[in-house]
Design a protein around this ligand. Structure first.
Ligand code: GTP
Length: 409
C-alpha cells in the first residue's frame, strides 16, 4: 500500500485554479442534454418543454378540425435539437417526444418503440466507444425521461405502471402530474401520495437525486426540498398574461384568476426546472453513464458472449497460459478418476445384488425341502400311531401293531 504524506504548502502552487480550467474548458466545449417526454397525447408535453427551456422548440401545432382528425395516430418518435445559450454557456438540447402515446384501443405495446429508441441510442454510443477513433463521441443517450401522468386524481393507470416498469432500468424517470391546474391543492397532495405508493408497490425506480456523501448541508437540504415535490405537479404555458395586480407573468388565465407557471405557490414547475437544468443535470448525465448505460452495456456484451476473461493477456503471458493448461489437465484427470470410481461402484453394486438374489433363492429352496421333509415325517408319525393303535387307514386298510416296531426319525 502506498503511503500518502499530507504536507502543508509553503507557497502558491497553482492547482487551486484547476476548477477554473475545468470551467473554461466546459464552457468552450458546451454542454448537451437529452430529455425524453413520455405521456399520453394532449397532456401538455410540448407546452411544458417550451416553458422549461423558455424557447419555442416545438413550432405551433396546426390541429385539424376534429371531423378531419380521425386517422389513427402511431407512436412516432420525434427528436428536436436546439442550441440555446445563456450568459455565454451553450447548451445543445435535444427533446425526444413520443406523440400519440397511449392513443390506441390496445396500448399493450405502446412502450415498444420507446424502449427500442432508448436502446438504439445506447447501441450507437457503444459502437462509437469501440471504434478506433473515439475522441469525439457525441453523447446522444437519453439523460432524463419526464413521464407525464394524467391528472385523474385517482392513481397510476395500469398502462403507466407497465410503461414505467419498462423504462426505469434504462432512463432516469421523473414523474410529473400534467395540467396540475385542473386539481385542487388537496387533490394534488393525495394524488401524489397514491402515485408514490403505486411506484413503490410496483418496484419502479425513479430518479432520486445525488448521493449525499460528498455534499454539503446546503446542497442536501436543497436536494431534499426538490425531491419532496416528486411527482412534480406542473403547469405549462408560454403566453404572458397580466395578473390582477398588473404583473406580467407566464401563466394561464382563467375567469377566476391567473395561474402562474413560475410561482412556487401555484405549481412545482420551478422545482422541476431547478432539478432538470440548474442543479441535477450533471447528476442525471452521470447516473445515465455510470449506472444505466453501464448495466445496458454489460448485459449486451454478456449476451454477445464477451466475458471478463482476459484472454489477450494470457496470449501474451505464457506462464499464465501454461498454468491454466495444467489446471485444465488436472481437472480432466480428476474427472476421469471420478468416472472410473463410479463405474467400479456400479459394478460392485450389481454383483452384490446378484449375490443377494442367489442367496435368497438358496434359502427359499432350503426352506421348501425342509417343509417337504417335515410333511413326510408327520405322515410317517401318523402311520406309526395308526399301526400302534390299530386304527384303519384312510384307504380302509387296517393298521396292525407289530411288536418291537417303532419309527424313529
Ligand atoms: P401531443 O403532441 O399530441 O402528444 O400533445 P402534447 O402532450 O404535446 O400537448 P400540447 O403541449 O400540445 O398541449 C395540448 C393542449 O393542452 C393545448 O391546448 C395546451 O394549451 C394545453 N395545455 C398544455 N399545458 C397545460 C396545462 O398545464 N394546463 C392546462 N389546463 N392546459 C394545458
Amino acid at each position: 500500500m502506498r503511503n500518502i504524506v499530507r504536507r502543508k504548502l509553503t507557497g502558491y502552487v497553482g492547482f487551486a485554479n484547476l476548477p477554473n480550467q475545468w470551467h473554461r474548458k466546459s464552457v468552450r466545449k458546451g454542454f448537451n442534454f437529452n430529455v425524453m417526454v413520455v405521456g399520453e397525447s394532449g397532456l401538455g408535453k410540448s407546452t411544458l418543454v417550451n416553458t422549461l427551456f423558455n424557447t419555442s422548440l416545438y413550432p405551433p401545432k396546426e390541429r385539424k378540425p376534429p371531423s378531419l382528425d380521425i386517422s389513427p395516430k402511431t407512436v412516432a418518435i420525434q427528436s428536436i435539437s436546439a442550441d440555446i445559450e445563456e450568459n455565454g454557456v451553450r447548451l445543445r438540447l435535444t427533446v425526444v417526444d413520443t406523440p400519440g402515446f397511449g392513443d390506441f384501443v390496445n396500448n399493450d405495446v405502446s412502450w415498444g418503440p420507446i424502449v427500442e429508441h432508448i436502446d438504439s441510442r445506447f447501441d450507437a454510443y457503444l459502437e462509437a466507444e469501440t471504434k478506433v477513433n473515439r475522441t469525439n463521441i457525441v453523447d446522444n443517450r437519453i439523460h432524463a425521461c419526464v413521464y407525464f401522468i394524467q391528472p385523474t386524481g385517482h392513481s397510476l393507470k395500469p398502462l403507466d405502471v407497465e410503461v414505467m416498469r419498462r423504462l426505469h432500468t434504462k432512463v432516469n424517470l421523473i414523474p410529473v402530474i400534467a395540467k396540475a391546474d385542473t386539481l385542487t391543492d388537496d387533490e394534488i397532495l393525495a394524488f401524489k401520495q397514491r402515485i408514490l405508493a403505486d411506484i413503490q408497490h410496483n418496484g419502479i425506480q425513479i430518479f432520486e437525486g445525488p448521493r449525499y456523501e460528498l455534499d454539503d448541508e446546503e446542497t442536501i437540504a436543497e436536494n431534499n426540498e426538490i425531491m419532496s415535490k416528486v411527482p412534480f405537479a406542473v403547469v405549462g404555458a408560454n403566453a404572458e398574461v397580466t395578473t390582477a395586480d398588473g404583473r406580467k407573468v407566464r401563466g394561464r388565465r382563467y375567469p377566476w384568476g391567473v395561474i402562474e407557471v413560475d410561482n412556487e405557490e401555484h405549481c412545482d414547475f420551478v422545482k422541476l426546472r431547478q432539478m432538470l437544468i440548474r442543479t441535477h443535470m450533471e447528476e442525471l448525465k452521470e447516473h445515465t453513464n455510470n449506472v444505466l448505460y453501464e448495466n445496458y452495456r454489460s448485459d449486451k456484451l454478456l449476451a454477445m458472449g464477451v466475458t471478463q476473461d482476459p484472454s489477450v493477456f494470457k496470449e501474451i503471458n505464457p506462464a499464465i497460459k501454461q498454468e491454466e493448461e495444467r489446471a485444465l489437465h488436472e481437472q480432466k484427470l480428476a474427472k476421469m478418476e471420478m468416472e472410473m470410481k463410479m463405474v467400479f461402484q456400479q459394478k460392485v453394486a450389481e454383483k452384490e445384488s446378484k449375490l443377494r438374489q442367489s442367496e435368497e433363492e438358496l434359502y427359499a429352496r432350503h426352506k421348501e425341502m425342509k417343509d417337504q421333509l417335515d410333511r413326510q415325517r408327520n405322515e410317517l408319525e401318523e402311520r406309526k400311531v395308526r399301526i400302534e393303535t390299530g386304527r384303519p387307514f384312510d384307504d380302509g386298510t387296517k393298521g396292525t401293531k407289530k411288536k418291537g416296531f417303532s419309527l424313529r426319525s
